[in-house]
Design a protein around this ligand. Sequence first.
Ligand code: PLP
Length: 452
Amino acid sequence: MENTVDRIRLGELMGRELALFEQDHPRSRELFERSKANLLAGVPMPWMTEWAGSFPVFVAEAQGARFTDVDGREYVDLCLGDTGGMTGHSPKESVAAIAEQAAKGITLMLPTEDSIWVGAEMERRFGLPYWQFALTATDANRFTLRLARQISGRPKVLVFSWCYHGSVDESIIVLQDGKPTRRPGNVGPAVDPTETTRVVEFNDLEALERELAYEDVACVLAEPALTNIGIVLPDPGYHDALRELTRRYGTYLVIDETHTICAGPGGATKAWGLEPDFVTIGKPLAAGVPAACYGMSAEVAPRIDAYMQTIPATDVGGVGGTLSGNALSLAAMRATLEHVLTDDAFERMIELGARWTDGVQAAIDAHGLPWTVQRLGCRAEYWFCPEPPRNGGDAAELDDHELAKFTHLYALNRGILLTPFHNMALMSPATTEDDVDAHSRVFDEMAAELVA
Ligand SMILES: Cc1ncc(COP(=O)(O)O)c(C=O)c1O
């Protein structure tokens, strides 16, 4: 990792920002101290330890692209629950549908008519005709890997180094010095992932072909652009080659659109004309109510159906989930897709993504920092290097935790929330030009202080 800023200056500024954070958030601190009594590490789930301040801010209320914390401070939310809140918080049409459905049955293990509407809408957006529901993108991925292994009769999957697809065992693997190995921090893997998975760098077609040529790979599980190690875009022609190679070696292609839905209403699949065998997606589909789905092509669906008809008990085969496809999730999904994450909304969100990118790049240029910004639709992310990397390995090398923590904390102290694991901003239908410009101003001030 190249050192792009003076570390002594950075340390001084960080000390000042931490003191400011603590001074401004007495009530959050108090709640954090209390939560340590019963919550591991004082938080409801482990990722909440990753925020830039000395403790997480506790939320009082969220609406649209903003939220207020328990100390009465207001924030522009560019994290949006790391995409789970990409709809903006509590959009009124989704809330009305959720309230209405909650009053008339939440979960029954019986279908409701909304499922038919959502299935048809997913076909309109992603082109695949058959759909099933789950509660999280992780589960949608897990179920899809099982199905692909089952109908291909092959044992392995292939993923890209430094990918993220949720807590899917097979995907928590990286290349280190060219060798597959369990990803640092992989918690208690059931089996060594090198036994289940082949792993290559994104944009490396030679390695992809080499690994597929073993003809033991059931499916490639791919984000169409990596979004979980910064935004890494595909080289021109990469997706055509990926599809051609997967077809040539009899491997299914699973496109995980959970984050790349930012590219447009039908994700990168629609925007770039991809032809996956499966699509998986979760997070924002139901405005934050747990909901996910996985779609399959007309070619694979009958093979899955035929197999499912032969098994003695579908409920214990590892695909499904008692609460999957519940009435509440489906009502929320329908309202969200029909009224919130609409084609028109995406147009505005993508324009805001471009505005955010321009604002950050202008500040980088004005202060002569050797940094850059990458964008995919309404998601954008700055890099502490002059050119965005082409693969996950290079992106991981660039990680500058100390600097990222500072830029995030600086923004947080001035009322702007960024995603803790990335230098990322996401636009919602409720985000405004003023919200974007507020970030540009704060980023510019931060850059000026860093180089002073
Ligand atoms: C591309 C992608 N797929 C799947 C997931 C898993 O989502 P969840 O944690 O909601 O299951 C994530 C989470 O960040 C993701 O980024």
